[in-house]
Ligand binder design. Structure first.
Ligand code: FES
Ligand code: FES
Length: 164
């Protein structure tokens, strides 16, 4: 076992990790970040997606020890109930989930996409979310939510520019 220290949603946390332990297992079972979901456990479903140092990754394919000193963002760190992220607002407004199991990973992949491509077209959205499986919604509402969030984010930027 080795003690590791990492930042999760801007708070420094420490925990004990085994050499072969995945980041997914460490986040869920050592640090109680249960918003990070365990699906396939082998890189196929995207349920476990988090951002590590600004890049989206499958936490089931990453060792906990690789995250020493890293900045991890989970869906819980994107916004709060009172101040949700545009993606979180858009997913709710568009009804882009049913059971919700895929949603935390889907939203993090969407965030990674919008960070790189602020106004993605439909093909770019499909490509950006191609690693995330949803067994309930059929993806149309998810695509609509990401489009709506991208429009909302650029409106917020425009408003800020006008005020500045
Ligand atoms: S649990 Fe990691 S990709 Fe499915
Ligand atoms: S909402 Fe159920 S798996 Fe996506």
């Amino acid at each position: 076992m080795k003690q590791i220290r990492l930042q999760i949603n801007e708070a420094w946390r420490t925990g004990w990790a085994n050499p072969g332990q995945t980041l997914l297992d460490f986040l869920r079972n050592e640090l109680n970040c249960t918003e990070v979901k365990q699906g396939c456990g082998k890189g196929d479903c995207g349920a476990c997606t988090v951002m590590m140092n600004g890049v989206s990754i499958d936490s089931c394919l990453t060792l906990a020890l690789q995250a020493e000193g890293a900045k991890i963002l989970t869906a819980k760190g994107l916004g709060t109930k009172d101040n949700p992220h545009p993606l979180q607002e858009a997913f709710v407004e568009k009804g882009a989930f049913q059971c919700g199991f895929c949603t935390p990973g889907m939203i993090i992949s969407a965030k990674a996409l919008l960070d790189k491509t602020p106004k993605p077209n439909r093909d770019e959205i499909r490509r950006g979310l191609s690693g995330n499986i949803c067994r309930c919604t059929g993806y149309k509402k998810i695509e609509e939510a990401v489009t709506s969030a991208s429009e909302r984010s650029s409106e917020q930027c425009d408003d800020r520019e006008l005020k500045d």
